[in-house]
Design a protein around this ligand. Structure first.
Ligand code: CUA
Length: 336
């Protein structure tokens, strides 16, 4: 890799961290506001402690740095007593400050956990190596929505997030929405999120979970009630029937190759849940755990050789003939 491109990569990484809303200092909801408040309180306490320490060091070095040779030890009882007092007072102030920080952390934790609503929307998030399964459970199976990586929620409403993991420990983190939450295999946990401004808030896996941990992104799309309900209605429908010959051939390719062994497309025979549900793939902006944009080229590249893009992931290469690949991509792009 050339120096110029690694510099470019570093800049891109910098841009990701400071871009728009991928930032815990740009809170978008009540719990992230509370977390930001606590951050600034601790920041200013630490800043004051830093300045005081530096001033004390500067004074001490100014007083004692003048002579080169070792000074004789002078017995100074008055000075010793003053030093004991100063150190004792500093220890007491430090301990009290740490207790104050502990108290504020506990209060903030309680506030963040304490949201409630009588009829909340519930979303089940399951971590997979290396993507996020997103389910909107409903007692009626045909009213359950399953999608991947893109979490739609209504603005201004508390939403319950239930977490689980299908394999190893992951951590769900959308910095401008909530703190981190670990997803532990075999354990379910629940927490609330709420977003008060419409927008798309990116999130990441924040616990090292294997080779492609860095490529395990998701996004929270907060939209007004009407848009959210329209999205829900759309997602509940089975996959649209393909009309033109190319797309019909593409569905044939999907159902007769390895795709069908891992993916679901409602309304066809495909019902496996190893990989993401593709029923409404074309409505999603990104693919592959938000690694690639959902474009023709990226889709085709991902299908042909996913191991080159995300080595170690569960999807096998699919060396399709060019006509079959084109037809398959055309079909996938009809899945609105
Ligand atoms: Cu999943 Cu890191």
């Amino acid at each position: 890799m050339s120096a110029a491109s690694s510099f470019g990569d570093a800049l891109a990484l910098f841009a990701i961290f400071f871009e728009g809303e991928h930032n815990s200092l740009h809170p978008a909801g009540p719990s992230s506001h509370d977390i930001e408040w606590l951050y600034w309180v601790i920041f200013w306490i630490v800043f004051v402690a830093f300045v005081l320490t530096m001033v004390a060091f500067a004074r001490a070095s100014k007083t004692y740095s003048r002579s080169e040779e070792m000074l004789p030890i002078i017995k100074d009882e008055e000075g010793d007593r003053r030093a004991t007092w100063a150190v004792g007072t500093a220890i007491i102030i430090t301990v009290l400050t740490l207790f104050a920080v502990l108290f504020m952390s506990v209060i903030t934790g309680k506030k963040v956990e304490g949201m409630s609503s009588s009829n909340p929307i519930t979303i089940q998030i399951t971590g997979h190596q290396w993507w996020w399964e997103v389910t909107y459970p409903n007692p009626q199976a045909d009213q359950t929505i399953t999608t991947a990586n893109e979490i739609h929620i209504p603005v201004g409403k508390p939403v319950v997030i239930l977490t689980n993991s299908a394999d190893v420990i992951h951590s769900f983190w959308a910095p401008s929405v909530h703190g981190k939450r670990d997803l532990i295999p075999g354990y379910s946990s629940a927490f609330w999120i709420q977003v008060n401004q419409p927008g798309t808030y990116p999130g990441r896996c924040a616990e090292f979970c294997g080779l492609q941990h860095a490529h395990m992104g998701f996004s929270i799309v907060a939209e007004d009630e009407a848009t959210f309900e329209a999205w829900e209605q759309q997602q509940l429908k089975p996959a649209p029937e393909p009309h033109d010959a190319e797309a019909i051939h593409g569905r044939e390719v999907f159902l007769t190759h390895t795709c069908v062994m891992c993916h679901t497309i409602h309304g066809t025979g495909a019902g496996s849940r190893v990989g993401p549900d593709l029923t409404h793939l074309a409505t999603r902006k990104m693919i592959a755990g938000e690694t690639l944009p959902n474009t023709t080229g990226a889709l085709a590249g991902w299908i042909i050789d996913p191991q080159r893009i995300k080595p170690g992931n569960q999807m096998t290469p699919n060396p399709l003939a060019p006509d079959d690949l084109n037809a398959l991509v055309t079909y996938l792009q009809t899945l609105q």
